[in-house]
Design a binder for this molecule. Structure first.
Ligand code: SAH
Length: 401
């Protein structure tokens, strides 16, 4: 077996089938559902945990553990995308690692800048797909980064632009973390261009871009472990939010495997009756509102206060007084927050954004009913970067730079 064969299937490589389970084998054989198949040069080291990286470096170079620690720092702290940049390794060592593996990152295709300071990054994967991430300035300091977990999406939520792309494939952990690193590098480059002393920080991370993160559980988990590591991006778990359309078995797993203790969960509810939710989010025909809410309530008690329900307001569809009353009833006693998101229009969906008066009326009713609610103002909608507009071709009035 190729010395690095064991790493291929785990980290997105394709050549050596060293799969331990049938399902992984299937995932590799079906490119539409699997991970990238392009690492001709072996696994991507950026997706490995510190221990896995140590084992790989030891196997490839031999020698002490600190060598692996050096490589880890280059990848996750300095965000380099080539072995040549790892200047504290010898030439022969860099060559040996390059023979057996890769550290390439995502290519930045385009950066779109909104008048409100939001920036959309269009990134290209090594197998030619495009994905998007959105940098949103916080009200205070720093930025929130919204990242993608898939190319396209496996779900068919009718109001969402991403669903028009269909499901192409999951992102590998290294592609998820590299979205953060490319955004950090952009902020650093912008700061340098402005002669600023410090680049602003990415303080918050939301997995609300393209894709259903809980459908890509293993790679998302792996990425979160890397991104919360102080030796890399060091983003606190409490500042990371995973958003789900309501994949019940995966929410259970999220609780069972301790992820619910580490990061926040946002659940896209988006309707108050099964009849409407079946229409707008067909996943509801599999796990309906009652099942979904019961699953969320069953998460460890100390975590429930961190649950947010997202509610996209669709004009005339789910924004009536009766909806507000039902929503109060559904969430009664849960202590959960509601994030109301006025629909962001795009060509792929037959819905409209409710008027500002309708939005306030809905929100006021919730508040009077004792529900904590926050209205998410659209950010970056002039560059097609607002919630649900990520579809790669969203019309833009802003100039790429
Ligand atoms: N699949 C995950 C994460 C991606 S969608 C999920 O469903 O939660 C992130 C959020 O954007 C969800 O709450 C979704 O309901 C919302 N959204 C999708 N399309 C939207 C649109 N056009 N306008 C406003 N919000 C939208």
């Amino acid at each position: 077996m190729h010395p690095s064969g064991a790493w291929h299937h785990a980290f997105g490589g394709s050549l050596v089938l060293d799969c331990s389970t049938m399902s992984e084998l299937v995932a590799i054989r079906r490119p539409r559902t699997g991970l990238p198949r392009t690492d001709e040069t072996g696994p991507n080291l950026r997706g490995m945990s510190p221990d896995e990286l140590a084992a790989f470096v030891q196997q490839t170079l031999g020698g002490p553990r600190y060598r692996a620690d050096q490589v880890y720092e280059w990848l996750h702290k300095h965000r380099v995308t080539s072995f040549e940049a790892m200047t504290n390794l010898g030439k022969a060592q860099r060559a040996a690692l390059g023979e057996a593996s890769t550290v390439r990152g995502l290519d930045v295709d385009t950066v779109l800048r909104s008048v409100d300071g939001t920036r959309k990054l269009r990134l290209r994967t090594s197998d030619g797909h495009q994905i998007e991430s959105v940098l949103i300035p916080n009200d205070g300091r720093g930025f929130t980064l919204c990242i993608s977990s898939m190319v396209g999406c496996s779900l068919t939520c009718q109001f969402c632009a991403t669903q028009t792309l269909g499901f192409q494939r999951n992102l590998a952990a290294w592609e998820i973390v590299d979205q953060v690193y490319r955004a950090q590098t952009l902020l650093a480059d912008d700061a340098a261009a402005d002669d600023a002393q410090w680049a602003p920080r990415i303080t918050n991370l939301v997995l609300m871009g393209m894709g259903e993160p809980l459908h890509n559980f293993v790679q998302v988990r792996r990425a979160i472990d890397l991104l919360t590591d102080d030796r890399g991006a060091g983003i606190a778990g409490r500042r990371i939010t995973v958003s789900t359309a309501g994949l019940v078995p995966a929410i259970e797993r999220f609780g069972r495997e301790g992820l619910a203790e580490e990061v926040g969960l946002a659940v896209s509810l988006n309707a108050t009756t099964d009849a409407v939710r079946d229409q707008v989010m067909p996943i509801n025909t599999k796990w309906n509102i009652e099942t979904l809410l019961a699953t969320v309530r069953a998460l460890p008690a100390n975590r429930r206060r961190r649950i947010t329900y997202e509610y996209v307001l669709l004009d005339g569809v789910n924004d009536t007084d009766a909806d507000a009353a039902r929503l109060i009833g559904l969430l009664e006693g849960s202590g959960a927050h509601v994030n109301a998101i006025p629909f962001n229009p795009h060509a792929g969906a037959p819905y409209g954004r409710p008027s500002a008066q309708r939005v306030s009326r809905f929100v006021e009713r919730l508040r009077r009913g004792g529900v904590a609610v926050h209205v998410r103002t659209p950010r970056g909608d002039d560059i097609g970067a607002a919630c649900g507009q990520l579809a790669l071709d969203a019309g833009s009035s802003a100039q790429p730079s």
